[in-house]
Design a protein around this ligand. Structure first.
Ligand code: ING
Length: 387
């Protein structure tokens, strides 16, 4: 069990001790009960180090099943959590939430969500399922014992159909619909003392200038894996004053069919190093450019298991679990690719420097020049030059 903690001697009024709860591989054959034991064990380890907020990876309740081509609904459905009973009562999640509530710890966790039958006006991803499926993460508040927020992964990498020649696949577009909830920041109650609260004179619909920015309950946001590669996603949260972004991921270490083979990274080892470089680049840039903390939590190591076949198959996932500060600085990174917790005390007041100077959006952004960002989905090149 890799653990790593560092605490500062002086706590400020907006300090929170947070934990990244990294998971080693979950194989196709790993029983849910064992996964739940591992999640509980990480919660205990984080609690023992004083954490008040624990972040688990993307798809933390199953193997990364989009690496395999499934054709039948009944083969895929078992990976998904049904909405009813409510997620709070879900047999898969409720033991974690119950323990978190008893420890007074907030939890963010990723899983495959079944949102019920596909509405008539929505085409199911590829006909693999008659249900609407999302790659989802929720935030559970210990103070209120409720699920405060849900994010459905917007950016789905890979393809809808397996490539015949591919050795491993990235089929999230086959099994999930793009997230339909957008990017909505939310506040976490009970995490910092003396947070400014809505009062009769400044009800929760009060205009944003009714209170000093950065004085309310912490402004939290959720990204899932590939979302972190898209600056637009980060900026949607930055424009809501996000102070801490929670991001779980399952990132492949070697998948030439998905990523191509760069000239300088032709071996699996070199490909893994490149994947780690891009992971850190996205995390540090996103935090810096939006003056916010971010915590990135891996499910990592080599996942195994191929449905209907004896051979185990190998799907290597990178580690790189880390906590990044609002200046893009890495506050801590976990070694290894097994279950482990990275605990850090962070002071949200550190965000003010960037938010009130270099990235004071109100002062420096020029939205009248940004039209292309929402008007164009793909690239439109300038016209060719004449001879
Ligand atoms: N996985 C990967 C991710 O975005 C990927 C897919 C890997 C895309 C490497 C590009 C480069 O981290 C998921 N699950 O999104």
């Amino acid at each position: 069990m890799a653990t790593n903690s560092a605490t500062t001697s002086v706590s400020s009024s907006r300090s929170i001790t947070i934990a990244a709860a990294q998971l080693g591989p979950i194989h196709l054959s790993t029983p849910l009960s064992l996964i739940q034991d591992r999640l509980q064990d990480l919660l205990t380890k984080a609690s023992d180090q004083g954490a008040k907020l624990v972040v688990y990876p993307e798809l933390a309740l199953s193997t990364f099943f989009p690496r395999q081509p499934y054709d039948k609904d009944e083969d895929v459905e078992p990976f998904f959590l049904p909405q009813s009973p409510s997620l709070l009562e879900s047999p898969s999640l409720s033991p974690i939430f119950a323990r978190a509530a008893s420890l007074g710890i907030d939890v963010s966790i990723g899983f495959a969500e079944c949102a019920g039958p596909t509405p008539d006006n929505v085409s199911s991803q590829t006909g693999v399922s008659s249900h609407q499926h999302f790659n989802t993460a929720v935030y559970f508040s210990a103070k209120t014992s409720t699920i405060l927020a849900k994010h459905r992964k917007v950016h789905l990498p890979g393809t809808t159909a397996p490539k015949p020649s591919a050795t491993c696949h990235q089929l999230e577009k086959r099994y999930f619909s793009p997230g339909n909830l957008g990017f909505n920041a939310f506040r976490g109650p009970g995490l910092v003392p003396n947070a400014a609260k809505a009062t009769a004179s400044s009800p929760d619909s009060a205009p944003p200038d009714a209170w000093d920015p950065g004085t309310g309950d912490p402004i939290l946001s959720i990204l899932i894996c590939n979302d972190r590669r898209w600056p637009e996603a980060w900026r949607c949260y930055g424009l809501q004053g996000a102070e801490l972004i929670l991001c779980g991921y399952n990132t492949t270490a070697f998948n030439p069919d998905l990523l191509g083979t760069p000239k300088n990274a032709t071996t699996p080892e070199a490909a893994k190093e490149e994947a780690l470089f891009h992971h850190r680049l996205c995390a540090q840039a996103g935090s810096y450019q939006n003056a916010c903390f971010s915590v990135h939590v891996a499910k990592c190591g080599v996942e195994r298991g191929v449905p209907g076949r004896e051979d185990e198959g190998e799907f290597p996932l990178i580690g790189g679990t880390m906590i990044v500060g609002p200046d893009g600085d890495i506050r801590g990174e976990l070694e290894g690719e097994e279950d482990g917790v990275l605990v850090r005390e962070i002071d949200l007041a550190d965000c003010r420097r960037g938010k009130e100077r270099v990235f004071d959006f109100e002062k420096h952004r020029r939205v009248e020049t940004y039209g292309r960002i929402v008007d164009s989905t793909g690239v439109k090149e300038p016209p060719l030059l004449k001879e």
